[in-house]
Write a protein that binds this ligand. Sequence first.
Ligand code: OGA
Ligand code: ZN
Length: 374
Amino acid sequence: MSRIREISYDAGELAITWENAGRSELQAIWLRDHCQMPASRDPGNGQRLLNINDISPDIAIDKASLEDGKLIVEFGPDGHRSEFDPDWLYRNCYCLNRQYDDRSETSKLLWRSDSFSETLPRHAYPNYCEQARSKLAALQAVRDYGFVLLDSVPCEPGQILKVIETFGFVRETNYGPLFEVRTRVDPNNLAYTNLGLGCHLDNPYRDPVPGLQLLHCLESSTEGGESILQDGFMAATILRQENPGHFATLSHNWINFRFRDDSADLQSRVPLIEVNDRNEVIKVRFNNRSIDTIMLAPDQIQQFYSAYRHYAEILERAELQVVFKLQPGELLLFDNTRVLHARKAYLASGSRHLQGAYSDLDGLYSSLRILESG
Ligand code: OGA
Ligand code: ZN
């Protein structure tokens, strides 16, 4: 419970001294816009009923007082009266709360290969299905580290779609609801060969990029084919530390990506490192197979290539790479806006078969918040 020790105000601003410590200075316009009364918010669903133009540009605080533990504010010029629960104000006030972005680097646990000396974030799928605690921990791992390994997932084709239904929705694409990752004749994508794949994030040519990728191993009897994961947010922060100019170049210069086959021609123009309004990393992209013709202002070309080369060199550092071999029944679920994946080449003898699919981060975060509040 947060209690108010003291208030003071003038027409433009209300100042609150809190018993728990701290002080809030809240502008009249913000207070009026965040009025929680039934005339301003639907009492059932909590959605705002008010438009910004319903509030006078001359909005002012006429009077403020404390009554029965509530803060009462009377506004001019229309005489509107709002009651605020101090607890709500304390939790939502823009002076006390970090205006955080749960997708950005500041909300994540950044990692290198030695961050997982014990074991990778891993959960048994039967536990995940039966115990809310296990599911919560698995989804938290995706939020915090950007990936989780589920094991003992039934080795059945299509199972990957059932896994997605446990936390969100399938993001169907031109590859279908799921795609088969195995060697094919005349493949439309190098993933469908036995070649190694350099570290990448999938599908930067889609708008929006699928936020989550899943790879479910059904068969793996070949030599080679190990998986590599790395934290793209960590790599981007290393780039910024080593050369802030290179970081700025990759976040300010957008480049084109493209995928084309007989039935699809997908194109986007996006940065390799995407930042939010506070210059924090929120998404990374990297995929040498699908970068289209690079089109930049002539005076940016040299600088772009230096920065791109530097970033790619960081991504090759072994200390950033976690290497393991997916076994049948294992499923990797990862944040495709953060965690890069790669595959080592494998021999043609034996068989290797993964199924892959995409989903979106908003569904997973939503399931996670519901579990956390339950
Ligand atoms: C992919 C991919 C990796 C693998 O299909 O997107 O990168 O291990 N596959 O085959
Ligand atoms: Zn891939």
